[in-house]
Design a protein around this ligand. Structure first.
Ligand code: CA
Length: 226
């Protein structure tokens, strides 16, 4: 899950990134408004943690831009401006949540989990896809109620496929989702994808699941329940 932290206070940005990295998110940091726009134009982020006061612009304009472009990224505003008006304006513009500084990193993490759960799983704590059950908060997958041990990449891969059910996802789209900042896809990226995909399918089937992942020849993959 890729997260963008837009925050000009470098130490705060780094401490958020370090904390969230331990929580298995992949974090990128933008220290300015323009840096943020560059990153948003290039990559998709699951959630954007957004400071309102930036040296070269205002966070509200970033929310407006995201909404204008129909971005599906979650947005959590973090601001030292503890004014009710800011909070209302942020939420009105389409932010998903608002945290006043200072806040605890565990609080931010809880809000982030909740925003991602709302986006992907309609807010449910667990989600069933026939015999497969996913608990997004704790990143666990079960087949017929028995836990399946997946690696971080296998889990991300499964959730990406499932949340895009019945859509064909190209290999390139999946690679970008799993690894982020690649600047050109190499043979290695495909090999890594094939390995993770193979292991994921094998683990699910060994646990008793049907194989819902369909290989679409020369294009990519599709998850569809039968
Ligand atoms: Ca600031």
């Amino acid at each position: 899950m890729k997260i963008l932290i837009i925050e000009d206070e470098i130490e705060l940005a780094i401490s958020i990134a370090n904390y969230l990295n331990c929580e298995k998110y992949i974090c990128e940091i933008a220290h300015s408004y323009n840096d943020a726009l560059d990153k948003i134009a290039l990559y998709h982020y699951e959630c954007i943690i957004l400071d309102l006061n930036l040296p070269d612009g205002c966070g509200f304009d970033i929310i407006k831009m995201l909404k204008m472009n129909q971005s599906t990224s979650g947005i959590i505003v973090i601001s030292a401006r503890d004014a009710l008006n800011d909070k209302i304006e942020g939420l009105d513009l389409g932010a998903d949540d608002y945290l006043s500084k200072p806040f605890s990193l565990s609080e931010l993490n809880a809000r982030l989990r909740s925003v991602i759960r709302r986006k992907h799983f309609n807010g449910q704590l667990e989600y069933y896809y026939n015999e497969i059950k996913i608990q997004p908060d704790i990143r666990k997958v079960y087949v017929n109620e028995v836990l399946v041990e997946l690696t971080r990449k296998e889990y991300d891969l499964l959730v990406f496929l499932i949340t895009n059910q019945r859509r064909v996802l190209s290999k390139e789209t999946i690679i970008e989702h799993l690894w982020g900042d690649f600047m050109g896809i190499e043979a290695d990226s495909y090999n890594a994808l094939y390995t993770h995909m193979g292991n994921l399918r094998k683990k699910l089937q060994e646990a008793g699941s049907e194989d819902y992942i369909e290989t679409v020849y020369a294009v990519g993959y599709k998850f569809s329940l039968r």
